[in-house]
Write a protein that binds this ligand. Structure first.
Ligand code: NAI
Length: 265
């Protein structure tokens, strides 16, 4: 099992994939996990749950409310991480929303703006604040002659950040998730010399409440096009996120890793 002894922040971790990622950090020995979500109730509930499975005896849980599309909220979230944890080793920008299925010409501009604000602007704002904090704390640490992998950011993109899929027609979402891959690559190159790694994970159809949204389209037809013919489990996404955050991935930066049962390959 991977060991992740540092402090983690996971956005949108009150539910779904983010919650499982937060839990996985706690199980993998993290010193602390900041559960940040737009819903206070689920953030609180998740932070209590993950505390009960934490393996580090000094584990600190932190729950906070954030709308990642708002600059002030993001500042507050990072300020809390700083004051409660003192440092940030792993940040997962996971918060995201979908939209009802439509062709491009039919997308109302309000829907487009909202999806871009949360999925694209939100990741940009969070990543900026995290990069500043990690940069300030990162006197480059060497573990033997191998640079320590601490200072890892993982952005949640999507299979729709890599390709367009005819069975799920959500244009603003696909736009935002392609942008996440672009900003990940740019930051990876920009911060590689500062010992900060930035990667993206691109999940396929994963069994969460997002996929239960009927507006997305015919789920059984989606799954029938996946080479593995099944939903991905949130735990399978979390395993890849934790690997990318870990010392085992110390030379991995700027990748967009599909975890999609072969659908976006
Ligand atoms: P979910 O809907 O189950 O959970 C999303 C969480 O984000 C919720 O707890 C929600 O309260 C929170 N959230 C929503 N807007 C927010 C905001 N403005 N600020 C802070 N928190 C906010 O979704 P799921 O499925 O767990 O998705 C997580 C990420 O994975 C998203 O970025 C999504 O786009 C991505 N993804 C999901 C796939 C799937 O099939 N479920 C496939 C590909 C990508």
């Amino acid at each position: 099992m991977l060991s992740l002894p540092g402090f983690a922040l996971v956005t949108g971790s009150g539910n779904g994939i983010g919650r499982v990622i937060a839990r996985s950090f706690a199980k993998a020995g993290a010193a602390g996990v900041h559960v940040a979500d737009i819903s206070k109730e689920v953030a609180q509930d998740a932070s209590e749950e993950i505390t009960s499975v934490a393996t580090n005896p000094k584990f600190k849980a932190l729950a906070s409310v954030v709308d990642v599309s708002k600059e002030e909220d993001v500042k507050e979230m990072i300020g809390l991480t700083k004051s409660r944890f003192g440092r940030l080793d792993y940040a997962v920008n996971n918060a995201g929303i979908a939209e009802p299925a439509r062709l491009t010409a039919d997308v109302p501009i309000e829907v487009y703006d909202k999806v871009i604000a949360v999925n694209q602007r939100g990741v940009h704002l969070c990543m900026q604040a995290q990069l500043r904090m990690m940069r300030a704390q990162n006197a480059v640490q060497l573990d033997g002659d191998r640079p320590s992998a601490r200072g890892a950011i993982i952005n949640m993109s999507s299979g729709l950040g890599l390709v367009a899929l005819e069975e799920i027609m959500i244009p603003s979402y696909a736009t935002s998730k392609h942008a996440v891959v672009g900003m990940t690559r740019m930051a990876a190159v920009g911060y590689a010399q500062h010992n900060i790694r930035v990667n993206a994970v691109c999940p396929g159809y994963t069994s969460t409440s997002m996929m239960a949204n009927e507006g997305l389209g015919d789920v059984s037809s989606m799954i029938s096009r996946v080479p593995q013919r099944r939903f991905i489990l949130p735990e399978e996404i979390a395993d890849v996120v934790l690997f990318l955050a870990s010392e085992s991935a110390s030379a991995v930066t700027g990748v967009a890793w599909a975890v999609c049962g072969g659908r976006s390959a």
